[in-house]
Design a protein around this ligand. Sequence first.
Ligand code: PMV
Length: 338
Amino acid sequence: MQRSGTMSFKATARAGSNIAFIKYWGVADPHLNIPLNNSISMTLGALHTTTTVEWDVAGYLSADQIVIDGVRAEGPKAERVTRHLDFIRHLAGDRRFRARVVSRNNFPMASGIASSASAFAALTMAACTAIGLSLDRTQLSAIARRGSGSASRSIFGGYVEWERGGSDATSVARQLFPPDYWPLRDVVAVVSTNEKTVSSQNGHALALTSPLNSARVDAVYGMLHEVRNAIALRDLEHLGPLIEQDALAMHAVMMTSRPSLLYWQPGTLEVLHAVRRWREEDGLPVYFTIDAGPNVHLLCEPAFERELLRRLQTLSSVRTVMTSGPGEGAEVIDQHLF
Ligand code: PMV
């Protein structure tokens, strides 16, 4: 790895979350976070994480200090961040430096809105910049992937594909289309903001225990080309059924793994049935997908967003709604959080 000429020890980065159209579920290599299949997502412009990292070159700190959404992180959450910082310390050859990390999300964590994607993309970019590593987006994507697989995609903006690859250097994301290529809307119907009981990180290890897993992975490889094409043609009527099928297939794998994972709540089903009814009976072109949580992401063209929001207000289990279009990839910004 190259070090840039000017050393600065503090940097702040912002990264958008992303919503996967073809999901990442299950790892081939748990150490490197190499997935079982390629995945395709849209980076979200309005739902993001901002993270400031300062390396303690003076040696005041005896351990990394991590604050997430105003709360000092401890236990497994802090250990996961420290492990990621260890890897970056190792790349930079500065193993002694501890870090101060302050991170803020503008959306609720751990509820199926992929906070780990934006969190590890922002952490990677801020920590690498602050320690003076000069890396391109592909290299940053490989590093972010080790923190959280989906974070590899949030390094890039717009429509993004993470290639499974076969090694650390080749299992990386790339941009398929920039954010302004297609202003699709993601309307997130939040039915619960409770922290999920099984993190996606732990869930990936269970995918291989489901008898449905290999069928899903095979199906994904048959769909990738079609999904890329549908995005290229800005064709939601073609894309929508594909993303619904993969979301349901992923949840079928989750439900049939050992132990079984059931992320859905009654509110999840209320939204799914309503969306199908609105589409079939009233012709409202809206399609759903669900990550590792109970909340439902609804994709539509901008012209239908208002009507969708109006209808979501009539559902008793929808607590709040968050909306976003496609956004840029992770970027370094000037406004530090401390
Ligand atoms: O990056 P992770 O380990 O949080 O896994 C993300 C898994 C899903 O959100 C369910 C799917 C995806 O591709 O984002």
